[in-house]
Design a binder for this molecule. Sequence first.
Ligand code: UDX
Length: 439
Amino acid sequence: MRMTVIGTGYLGATHAACMAELGHEVLGVDVDEAKIASLKDGKVPFFEPGLPEVLERNIANGRLGFSTEYADAASFAQVHFLGVGTPQQKGSFAADLTYVRQVIENLVPLLEGQHIIFGKSTVPVGTAAQLQELADSLAKPGTEVEIAWNPEFLREGYAVKDTITPDRIVVGVRASSEAAEVAREVYATAIAAETPFLVTDLATAELVKVSANAFLATKISFINAVAEICEQTGADVVSLADAIGYDDRIGRKFLGAGLGFGGGCLPKDIRAFMARAGELGADQALTFLREVDSINMRRRDRVVQLSKEICGGSLLGKRVTVLGAAFKPNSDDVRDSPALSVAGSLSLQGAAVSVYDPQAMDNARRVFPTLGYAANTQEALADAHLVVLATEWQEFRDLDPVAAAGIVDKPVIIDGRNVLDVDKWQGAGWEVHALGRNL
Ligand code: UDX
């Protein structure tokens, strides 16, 4: 099939490349000239394992192209995917829909014939219906443009796998629509592999996405709230999570206690969900998400507080190594990163902070230029009074505690992600602190 993908950020670039990989003819469109120039060159402007290979392969075989022109999108295909960002509005919890509306305003007046626009961005419930009204008001006489919603569930770091072999496909359509049949063709490979394919109304499809992210955020904050109780009682949150996780109604995934969630999705999505509930007069339904957000933020404070206690009550002049800046491993994304937030707070409280991350150094420097940045783990560890493991990159999990002890000034570490082999580290002479554990 021929299709366009409008918006070539994280979601759009991945979707475009993966649709071409599945055999479709794809045109990626973005108004950002630098981004399009880079993609045309076969270069992915962010870190995502496996994506550069898929991009290069499909540019070379001619199935994938890029353009900055909406007119090219209008003439290339009758099926369009919309994958622009919906960031948090400045000064509010609500999602900013400016970019989503701009796509409709720029694309629809250029279309002729029958077109379907599948929204993939995460939007407040009711957005698709509003965009349909907007599209109807902009379409040329005789042109029909349908808005359908096809939420995206990809995780950073696994974006290619999650797009090519998703765990489910959800398509929201209006009554008596053919969009579901078109989506079946788009996702024929996954459907042939028995991937669940759910057709819903528009509002349900929009809500599926935010509900999934709110549930994941709640699960993480649940275990982090229990971690707070463990800290007061001497209980161990890791053993506790193992024990409750064996109940398959609960499951062990997303019960990783530690510094909590960050990134470009979970924090903004739970806030936008609350804001939308308020607009709908149903704010009580989601007030618990405010607590989910607070529990999450308290974990960052806890690490800063613990660092201070370990350093004898003041961080002034202490050398603290922060391992990790990305919001999670296998990503260079520092949006709302717990690691960078902790590094920033430690620095603002007078510590000399040395940060190292295998991929996120440039992005971290842009957001927080005043922190110290090391060229590698060894340099970051040199003469440290305290080490904070903030993002669980494999490289940090594999650190040799004996060698590391020889580099630092004091062998004291806070395992902010509960991933280290505590016995091994203690055996090498380290004082190990962790969240939700009394070691
Ligand atoms: C998330 C959703 O998983 C994905 O389906 C959606 O499309 C976009 O949002 P992503 O933001 O890439 O994906 O990251 P995810 O793997 O969900 O992790 C989110 C955050 O939670 C990270 O900061 C991670 O470190 C943290 N986390 C995750 C925990 O603190 N504990 C856990 O047990 C799991």
